[in-house]
Design a protein around this ligand. Structure first.
Ligand code: XMP
Length: 531
């Protein structure tokens, strides 16, 4: 299912019973997956292809519309993606976002010019007299997120301006007759306050889709795909981490092939406090899965000794995981398959999904660290899904709410939350600080709107005073974020008393930490995990 460089080998030809939906053409944006997630939220199936494969995909798909993404290039640049003009002749509506709008405008006879400077950040747009289908119901003005250098200065024939900002006259344009629309801003980013409504207008009113792509159809489709892939006798070894992704992946595979699924839980020494006990109890005793725990803390921690580079850490951990699965798989007669809870965002942030030209940010261990000679075929029933879809599917399949609502925990575990050297002692420090952070936030009920809340151990020591004595110990940071999907995030607010309690408890109870700092960075431009 996957090539050795991590790119999905399962191309559009191989997807059975493809539902009617939208094609997203990835023109080099970091946000292609986010666009997909938002369109799915509006209840439609959609797929992403790079410009080079877009026309073939458009012809194969049961196509209801096309979304042209943004991208870093200028339409005049030598390295601008070569977008096939045939996409505008498919007889379906087209929505161009930022670069996509500029390409469409220029291709249809309009003019695009450089502004001389980038316009970046929140901008207010005002709607014109007749907003049309795309902007219907969005009010007379709204805040959107802009990020562009060039802009459209003269419209192609048949288009009109439907919204403007102070610096961008043609902030949204429409040709209602053809169903062609362009927006200079990014409706997919949560900073665009009514962006989701705009995208839903495109899906439901412009493309006329029913909006019925929901958890039940996703779950049944994925179960059927696993059944077909694994066949009558195949066995799957699946790494259970305790997180929601691998749990839902396990339940899907279990529904598909029953007790031919063997779950492995690796205690890699990089787990949170109490995690091993929790996982064993929840999955072995309650869900009733066949679960083996592998004791591998020494193996991981010794391989990581002296390694400080984040990408190297991720690669080492990914490699070790796969080795363990391979060893475990030998215990089963026909375990040719390796199950993983890889999500769509994991794929995009590790490799250019579907061959697109997006930059690598982090190698997520379950995609970036696969060895070239992997002899097992991958079973990744969540590979095309986003976290919220995974939770909905899990709920539909009857998974315990406590498992479904656990905060996400990265595959490489605490290793990517220890900046600098990883040692058993530093792991213990972080485990304790993290347990205090989590317990205090949860007992105050402050976690309801948070995506993640955890501690990070910094490679910094600073001077403190305890009683009358001088201390010289480590510092930790609190990372508390709000997010819908982990793709973008804002730092979350905790009240001062709660912050004080967390800080006091860490400094008083964790010997080796004498300073707590607060991380107030959003994503982008920072990421959620520090490494
Ligand atoms: P970043 O740090 O990229 O994280 O902003 C986005 C979300 O992904 C989680 N994350 C991972 N999940 N394997 C995973 O399964 C990984 O290697 C990994 N790295 C980051 C992170 O916790 C956040 O929710």
């Amino acid at each position: 299912m996957t090539t050795t460089d991590g790119a999905p080998a399962q191309d559009f030809m191989a997807i059975p019973d493809r539902p009617r939906g939208l094609l997203i053409v990835d023109l080099g944006t970091q946000y292609a997956q986010l666009i997909a997630r938002r369109l799915r939220e509006a209840g439609t199936w959609c797929e992403i292809f790079p410009a080079s494969k877009a026309l073939a995909a458009a012809e194969e798909m049961d196509l209801a519309g096309i979304v042209l993404s943004g991208g870093p290039a200028s339409v005049y640049a030598d390295d601008a993606p070569d977008v096939p003009e045939g996409l505008l002749e498919m007889g379906v509506p087209v929505l161009g976002i930022c670069y996509g709008m500029q390409w469409m405008s220029r291709t249809l006879g309009g003019t695009v010019e450089g502004t001389g400077q980038r316009e970046f950040g929140h901008t207010e747009i005002r709607m014109g007299e007749h907003a049309g289908k795309l902007l219907a119901g969005l009010g007379s003005e709204t805040v959107v997120w802009m990020s562009h250098g060039d802009k459209v200065t003269a419209l192609p024939a048949g288009f009109r301006t439907v919204a403007s900002s102070e610096t961008c006259v043609h902030a949204a344009i429409a040709n209602d007759e053809k169903g062609f629309y362009g927006v200079q801003f990014h409706p997919e980013v949560s900073h665009s306050v009514r962006g989701q409504e705009l995208l839903a207008n495109f899906v439901l009113d412009v493309c006329g889709l029913p909006g019925d792509w929901k958890a039940d159809s996703i779950a049944e489709r994925e179960i059927a795909k696993v059944k077909e892939l694994v066949g009558e006798t195949g066995e799957v070894v699946l790494g259970l981490s305790g997180g929601v992704d691998s749990a839902v992946a396990a339940v899907i595979v279990h529904r598909a092939i029953g007790d031919r699924l063997h779950c492995i839980f690796v205690d890699n020494g990089l787990l949170r406090k109490g995690e091993r006990e929790l996982v064993e109890h929840a999955f072995r005793d309650h869900v009733g899965l066949d679960l083996t725990t592998v004791d591998a803390a020494d193996r991981f921690v010794s391989k990581l000794a002296g390694v400080t580079d984040p990408e190297r850490k991720r690669k080492i951990i990914g490699h070790e995981f796969v080795e363990i699965f391979r060893e475990e798989a030998k215990r089963f007669k026909d375990a040719r398959f390796l199950g993983q809870g890889t999500l769509y965002p994991d794929v995009i942030e590790s490799v250019a999904a579907h061959g697109g030209n997006t930059a690598v940010i982090k190698s997520h261990h379950n995609v970036g660290g696969l060895p070239e000679d992997l002899e097992m075929e991958l079973v990744e029933p969540l590979r095309e899904l986003f976290k919220d879809e995974v939770r909905q599917v899990g709920r539909y399949l009857g998974l315990d709410e406590r498992i479904l609502m656990r905060q996400p925990f990265p595959g490489p575990g605490l290793a990517v939350r220890i900046a600098g050297d990883i040692t058993p002692e530093r792991l213990d420090l972080l485990r304790e600080a993290d347990a205090i952070t989590t317990a205090e936030i949860e007992s105050a009920g402050a976690h309801a709107n948070l995506w993640q809340y955890f501690a990070v151990l910094l490679p910094v020591k600073s001077v403190g005073v305890m009683g009358d004595a001088r201390t010289y110990e480590s510092a930790c940071a609190l990372r508390i974020v709000e997010s819908l999907d982990g793709m973008t995030a804002d730092w979350g607010y905790l009240d001062r008393d709660l912050l004080r309690r967390i800080s006091n408890r860490i400094i008083n109870e964790v010997r080796g930490i004498n300073r707590v700092v607060l991380d107030v960075s959003s994503k982008p431009p920072s990421t959620i995990e520090w490494e």
